[in-house]
Design a protein around this ligand. Structure first.
Ligand code: THU
Length: 130
């Protein structure tokens, strides 16, 4: 699967975004070590802090279906700047990709994307209980 394939799946997933407050749809496509892919979108709530980001939706779907090893995640969001994962999502990614090697692909308007290793985005995570 190419980066573009995964990014296209993330874009498709954004179509299901529930975003009555921000009007900012986000989609994610998570590639697991066994090759399976789980998608997710952001799901907002009137209590804004209860909003769930697209990345965490995809991760929770994967874990609840028995996958715990992730190799790459594509994030789709339209905007002037690249759609980067929030701090909470980075921490949740680290939980299941603790070596920091997971690739994180982030898009912006026009289809451009940048690729990072999780360790670049989350260099000193909380992992005291490991
Ligand atoms: N959001 C995501 O789903 N993922 C990101 O990487 C950044 C932010 C969502 C949360 C909220 O529904 C909306 O984008 C605006 O913050």
């Amino acid at each position: 699967m190419t980066d573009r394939d995964l990014l296209n799946m993330a874009r498709e997933a954004a179509q299901n975004a529930y975003v009555p407050y921000s009007h900012f749809p986000v989609g994610a496509a998570l590639e697991c070590a066994d090759g399976s892919v789980f998608t997710g979108c952001n799901v907002e709530n009137a209590a804004l802090g209860s909003t769930i980001c697209a990345e965490r939706t995809a991760i929770v779907k994967a874990v609840s279906e028995g996958r715990r090893k992730f190799v790459r995640i594509a994030i789709y969001g339209e905007g002037e700047s690249y759609c980067m994962p929030c701090g909470a999502c980075r921490q949740v990614m680290v939980e299941f990709a603790p070596d920091g090697d997971m690739e994180v692909l982030c898009t912006r308007s026009g289809g451009r994307y940048v690729s990072y290793r999780l360790s670049q985005l989350m260099p000193h995570p909380f992992e005291t209980f490991r």
